[in-house]
Design a binder for this molecule. Structure first.
Ligand code: ADP
Ligand code: MG
Length: 476
């Protein structure tokens, strides 16, 4: 693949992000990569089966359209799950591919009998309930601690250090942070370290794996066998809980959570939002989740970003001794590139690729050119949703409770849409959160409102001006 293909891909991503908005983009596309561009086919990959099926069923056409806008010859998108590399790197040599859908009866665990039962024995229980693959690079050694993650790191260390039978200090440990801020890194580090000590078996599952593997195995168990299987697990780690979907899965998740916690086993969870914002979970689960230790990891500060970059360069130099990045360039990247750890990694990878392909040393000029699209936009001023509702209500002469109500008369519908639009553009709140703050509306309603207003301001000069005035009032 050429660098021009990668350039095209980054322009396609730009289009996609502009079309669907930052939130949706980072939920589903942040980890999509271009594998190849061959004739009329674009091959893309994502890290999980779940992302693949979700994107296929919801976004294929959009992705295709964005590609076609860049490259008219493209006629087909092929999406694959990239796990091969990680699979071969798992410590356990014979990790089976646990999910088998060939029989057409839905997911099922291999290693059980024909009816999908899992073997229960002293070791058998958790062997059959295998975990998700781990990335060998995501360890505590490579995790850089800074102000934004001190508490989460300390809590994870505490989980690793605890012995079997010790009283559990906090349960569950619930870590939340935005995309690319180190949740998966910390969770996998915990898993590696815990299993290296061997005191308690640590099982790492993505929410996807939990849904498609673990839960379906549990479904076939009797209450007694279920308890028996859980005995093998000392610490259950679940990543990306926001992806957990479906009523029955949630019931089983709740059941598992309660059983483990009541048995004094540690549960560690990561999600992109706090428990209170997991709209699809019912109240009891949410309060159970909030009942342990809830820690937020903030965005990576500049110092932390610099340290991460340095440790990345050191790691890269093991394989590429000629790779050298001047301190000034590292400072520049740490200062300008977004808070997202993935973008930092991406920036260094580009420098490395450029250095390898052209043989040119890394210079400031090269860095500026290569990372241009990863540069962080100016942070918006913090505006509160209440303020938006108040100012909009005043402007349109309706009450704030009208905006939150379910009334659909024209004189409240438009102001409500304007207010939601402003909430989306002036705050960092997610669509579901905004929906919740507007009288418990669905995130699709918010998305609809945002699109509606976006569409109108292009043609309606009066509305565009009104919105400008509202923005100025809110931001001054
Ligand atoms: P998340 O799961 O929160 O989306 P990841 O754990 O996948 O984020 O992190 C994204 C990238 O940033 C990874 O390459 C990870 O190693 C790196 N990263 C994030 N935080 C740190 C940190 N504190 N120290 C070292 N690397 C980090
Ligand atoms: Mg993650």
């Amino acid at each position: 693949m050429t660098t021009t293909d990668q350039d095209r891909w980054s322009r396609v991503r730009g289009r996609l992000r502009a079309e669907i908005g930052d939130d949706v983009y980072s939920s589903w596309f942040a980890r999509m990569e271009l594998e190849a561009l061959e004739a009329d086919t674009v091959r893309l990959s994502v890290p999980t089966r779940f992302l693949k099926s979700w994107i296929q069923s919801h976004y294929t056409e959009k992705v295709l359209a964005c590609w076609q806008a860049e490259e008219s010859k493209v006629g087909r998108i092929e999406l694959t799950v990239r796990t091969a590399v990680l699979r071969s790197a798992i410590a356990k040599p014979k990790a089976p591919d646990l999910i088998d859908q060939r029989d057409g009866h839905g997911p099922r665990l291999n290693g059980g009998d024909a009816r999908g039962n899992i073997t229960i024995g002293d070791a058998g229980g958790h062997e059959a309930l295998g975990g998700s693959p781990l990335d060998p690079r995501l360890t505590f050694e490579s995790f850089v601690v800074g102000r934004s993650n001190t508490l989460a790191h300390a809590a994870a260390r505490q989980v690793v250090a605890a012995k079997r039978g010790d009283p559990v200090m906090f349960n569950p440990l619930y870590i939340h942070a935005g995309v690319g801020l180190g949740k998966t890194h910390l969770l996998q580090a915990t898993t590696w370290a815990g299993n290296a000590i061997g005191e308690r078996k640590v099982l790492y599952l993505t929410a996807e794996k939990f849904m498609y593997g673990f839960v379906s195995a549990l479904r076939t168990q009797t209450a007694l066998a279920f308890k028996e299987a859980l005995r093998g697990i000392g610490v259950l780690v679940i990543d990306d809980l926001q992806f957990l979907q479906g009523k029955s899965t949630q019931a089983e998740f709740c059941h598992t959570l309660n059983a483990l916690i009541d048995a004094g086993r540690q549960v560690v969870i990561a999600s992109d939002r706090p428990p209170s914002d997991l709209e699809s979970l019912d109240d009891r689960v949410r309060s159970r989740l909030a009942g342990g230790l809830v820690v937020e990891m903030g965005s990576l500060g500049e110092e932390l970003r610099l340290e991460i970059l340095k440790s990345r360069v050191t790691a890269a130099r093991l394989h590429h001794p000629g790779f050298d990045v001047p301190m000034a360039v590292l400072n520049y990247i740490a200062k300008t590139v977004t808070h997202n750890g993935r973008d930092l990694e991406g920036a260094l990878n580009r420098l490395l690729a450029h250095n390898k392909l052209t043989g040119h040393q890394v210079t400031m000029e090269m860095a500026e050119r290569e990372v241009r699209d990863l540069i962080r936009p100016q942070e918006p001023k913090r505006v509160k949703i209440e303020d938006i509702q108040r100012v909009v209500a005043r402007q349109y002469n309706v009450s704030r409770s009208d905006l939150l109500s379910s009334r659909r008369t024209a004189n409240v519908v438009r102001p409500r849409q304007v207010a939601m639009y402003l909430a989306k553009t002036l705050t960092l709140r997610s669509l579901p959160e905004i929906g919740r703050r507007f009288g418990g509306r669905d995130h699709t309603t918010v998305l609809h409102a945002v699109r509606k207003i976006e569409g109108l301001v292009g043609n309606d000069i009066a509305l565009a001006e009104e919105i400008e005035i509202l923005k100025r009032q809110l931001q001054d």
